[in-house]
Design a protein around this ligand. Structure first.
Ligand code: TZP
Ligand code: MG
Length: 215
């Protein structure tokens, strides 16, 4: 997928696994799509997540179908083998996961996203062939147990100022109240878990976020 389309898809990037959804995850994802998300990542991880591999795979396939029915690319977090097996649209890895430089040859055009926490890591992700980076946590988050310290929009600004030219999305504690600042700092869009997944009305929550980033 070319850079401009990647940037468009980063506008409102929803991430979730069953552990993030008090209500049925398929309904949450369906609602979020109705509300205008542009990209989805399946991140089944941490306390409350589904454990048996076959159940995770079956759920991934169902969610991928829901996304594809609406032309929303489906990204798998961490699990390269699962992403390849089900034919996902992309894979997202963190700094402690499979190295981008090592998996890239197996991806065959799949979207590759990498989490970064500094301009240095952003530079490496670009050199490794990442299609986009997730930068954060921007604000404090309760959705990731081992999250690093929140740095506000400083790292996004640093990456921009350093001229590291790669599509980028902010992540961590992003809500309709603060989303605009993330885009103003230079991100192509925002990524969110709880502000959508834990909302009583995921469609309305996604709509409110979308309104902020496009205004
Ligand atoms: N990586 C950095 S912060 C975070 C991840 C996966 C969690 C974001 O969740 P929330 O609920 O949007 O703060
Ligand atoms: Mg990871």
């Amino acid at each position: 997928m070319n850079r401009n389309r990647i940037k468009q898809h980063l506008a409102l990037y929803f991430i979730a696994g069953t552990q993030d959804c008090p209500n049925d995850i398929e309904e949450v994802v369906t609602g979020s799509i109705e509300g205008g998300i542009t990209l989805f990542q399946f991140r089944e991880k941490g306390k409350g997540s589904l454990h048996p591999a076959d159940e995770i795979e079956q759920l991934a396939v169902r969610l991928m179908q829901i996304c594809r029915n609406s032309n929303i690319p489906f990204i798998v977090n961490d699990d390269v083998e699962l992403a390849l097996k089900i034919g996902a649209d992309g894979i997202h890895v963190g700094q402690d996961d499979a190295k981008a430089s090592e998996i890239i040859t197996r991806l065959n055009g799949m979207i590759l996203g990498v989490s970064v926490h500094s301009a240095e890591e952003a530079k490496r992700a670009l050199a490794d062939g990442a299609d986009y980076i997730g930068v954060g946590p921007v604000f404090p988050t309760s959705s990731k147990e081992d999250a690093k310290e929140a740095k506000g929009t400083a790292v996004i600004e640093e990456i921009k100022q350093a001229g590291i030219d790669i599509p980028m999305v902010g992540i961590g504690g992003i809500t309709a109240e603060n989303a605009k600042n993330v885009v103003k700092a230079g991100a192509d869009g925002v990524s969110a878990i709880s502000s959508i997944s834990r909302s009583e009305n995921p469609a309305a929550a996604a709509r409110a976020l979308k309104k902020e980033i496009t205004r």
